[in-house]
Each structure stands twice: as C-alpha cells, then as structure tokens.
Write a new protein. Structure first.
Length: 199
C-alpha cells in the first residue's frame, strides 16, 4: 500500500493529502511530528536523506519526496495537469515559484508565529515584505481569472492554496486581496477541502 509520511500541520503535507483524497487513492498516513525531531531520526533519514516531509513510499518500495514533485507524480494523467504544453509549463512555473518565492515567506512567518511563539515585532521585516509581494503577485494574476493557469484548476492552484489560506497565521491579512479570497473558496470546493481554519 502507498504510505505517506507527513505532519498534518504542514501545508506541504496537506496538499499531497488533498490530492490523494480527491483522486481516491488508498494510502496509509504516518503522522510525522517535525517539532519532535522525528524527521532527523536514523529511520526517517534512511527514507528521505533530506529529513523533510512529506515523503511517500510507493507500493513497490520506491520513495519520493518534495511536495510538488509528489503532486506531479500523482497528478500525471489527471485533469489537474494541462495537456497543452504551454499551460503545462505555466503550471510548473507556478509550482517552482511557490517553493522559491511564496512558501519561504508565507509558511516561514506562520511557523515562527504559530509554532515558535514569536511576536509580530520579532519577525524579520524582509520576510513580511516578500510575503506581501507574493500575495500581491497572486492577486494580480487572479484579478481577471478564476484559476492560475487556463480555464480550470491545476496542481498550481492546489499547491498555492495550502499556505495562502493559512497566511493570516503568519500575520498576512487577506482582506486586501479579494481575488485571492474568492479563489481560495473555489479551490477548496474543487478539492473537497474544509474551509480554513479547519475544525
């Protein structure tokens, strides 16, 4: 059986879970607490030397890490990966951007505020500036479109909704971004995600 090692508090892990649930995959979830040092254990490092979640073990024993690579693997051949080469490339453009220009700011600020207990004035200003810039870019892209790429939802929407909808936990208010707020609702609807914050 497919096994997913993930921390349920992590947006990177949740987006993998949401895709597998949406596609109806049968899998075993192994809760892996990153705060407890589980990902630094000898056993976990043998599975993923990078010491990060999510990590999946396929039924044949092969392992795969990095959330967006996992999305790409399971998304292949589904409606969430465009068949048009240009749209497909644009989807990957957003996936790469999410990990380089969005997650390092939105998710890191959330982690520091929510899990490390830092006050707002303890967060590096550059972190907040870059996070707001990421949201502004998304707002501009969504101002005249329902989805980030093409006429329907793709893996780009799923990847980016994970931490975007949690942004207020990091001090990023979403009130100034109406297009993003409407888009979050659409993505949650398509993937069967309970509205945030989850009960």
């Amino acid at each position: 059986m497919l096994t997913v090692h993930g921390d349920i508090r992590s947006g990177n892990c949740l987006k993998v879970k949401w895709l597998l649930d949406r596609l109806g995959h049968d899998y075993r979830w192994v809760e892996t607490d990153v705060m407890a040092g589980t990902t630094r254990s000898t056993e976990f490092l043998a599975l993923n030397p990078a010491g990060q979640v999510p990590a999946v073990v396929l039924a044949d024993g092969r392992t795969l890490a990095q959330s967006n690579a996992i999305l790409g693997f399971f998304g292949e051949g589904t409606p969430f990966v465009p068949t048009d080469p240009w749209d497909r490339a644009r989807m990957y453009e957003w996936l790469f951007w999410e990990q380089y220009s969005h997650e390092p700011y939105i998710a890191v600020a959330r982690f520091q505020r929510t899990f490390l207990g830092k006050a707002a004035d303890e967060i590096e200003p550059r972190l907040m500036e870059r996070g707001r810039a990421a949201l502004e870019r998304m707002e501009a892209a969504l101002a005249g479109a329902d989805w980030l790429v093409g006429a329907g939802p793709t893996l780009a929407d799923l990847a980016l909704v994970a931490y975007t909808r949690m942004a207020p936990e990091g001090g990023f208010e979403l009130e100034p971004f109406p297009a993003i707020r409407r888009w979050i609702g659409r993505v949650e609807g398509v993937f069967g995600i309970q509205s945030y914050p989850e009960a």
